[in-house]
Ligand binder design. Structure first.
Ligand SMILES: C[S@@+](CC[C@H](N)C(=O)[O-])C[C@H]1O[C@@H](n2cnc3c(N)ncnc32)[C@H](O)[C@@H]1O
Length: 239
């Protein structure tokens, strides 16, 4: 099937740009191989499933799926992260997006909010393992990576109950979130600063304060998926 829709063309461009950048960037290769190493044999889907059975939570909101690190680096790039900014992942699962963001960009804080306790524990263990692997390595980038890993914080809570107003970039892997959950999340996104960016899979934000910066198709753990990036802008009030 021949598909030359703008979204499909953009997704190929994203993949090609990703490949080129990966070839020229040695530190990115190092970070990605560390991520591959620590996530090898991790079954976050099973941890999520066990938690849901134990806590009797069978809503679609908790269906598990993850980013793909190399693809997520390219997605983040399109949101133009600046040194010292604050990154949030709402529903952070096993922490793959948190570790990818922290290792590749110079955020001052990388905060994940996750409700399922088994996933929070898993994410904290994996951050610990990444620290151990780096501390015992002699790589040129070890010191930088160790500093960046110390910016990660995982909050075991419902994301509807947390203040996210300090965010500069918010990531929401929202593909399985219900309409009600998504509407409530957009309400809380209204608290973020003007200029902040929101990266969201599958869903759209249809409010005047959110300007669509970029839309494309990117690789996720389950296949190609739409990704939309918004910028929070000052609301124009017409009197
Ligand atoms: C699709 S997974 C995304 C995992 C991770 N962000 C990634 O992309 O790799 C969505 C996560 O949101 C969590 N979640 C769902 N509803 C939540 C809520 N109200 N508060 C906190 N976490 C929630 C789920 O348990 C799940 O781990």
């Amino acid at each position: 099937m021949h598909d030359d829709s703008p979204a499909m063309i953009k997704s190929f461009t994203n993949l090609l740009m990703g490949r080129r950048a990966r070839m020229v960037n040695k530190s990115e290769e190092t970070a990605l191989s560390l991520l591959n190493k620590i996530y090898d044999h991790v079954n976050a889907e099973l941890v999520s499933k066990n938690d849901r059975v134990k806590l009797n939570m069978d809503e679609d909101n908790f269906i598990y799926g993850e980013i793909v690190p190399a693809s997520f680096v390219r997605i983040l790039e399109r949101a133009s992260p600046q040194p010292g900014e604050v990154f949030y992942d709402l529903g952070s699962g096993s922490g793959k997006a948190l570790l990818t963001a922290a290792l590749h960009y110079d955020f001052s804080e990388v905060i994940g909010i996750e409700l399922l306790p088994g996933l929070c524990q898993l994410a904290n263990n994996l951050v610990f393992q990444a620290n151990e692997a780096l501390a015992s390595s002699h790589q040129a980038y070890a010191d930088i990576y160790l500093r960046r890993l110390s910016s990660i914080k995982i909050v075991a809570d419902n994301f509807h109950h947390q203040d996210i107003s300090s965010a500069d970039i918010v990531f929401i892997n929202a593909t399985c979130f219900s309409y009600g959950t998504w509407e409530k999340m957009i309400d809380s996104l209204e608290s973020i600063k003007n200029g902040s960016r929101v990266i969201v899979t599958s869903k759209k934000i249809k409010r005047d304060q959110f300007l669509l910066l970029d839309e494309g198709l990117d690789l996720m753990g389950w296949g190609m998926n739409s990704v939309n990036i918004y910028k929070k802008v000052r609301q124009v009030l017409i009197c």
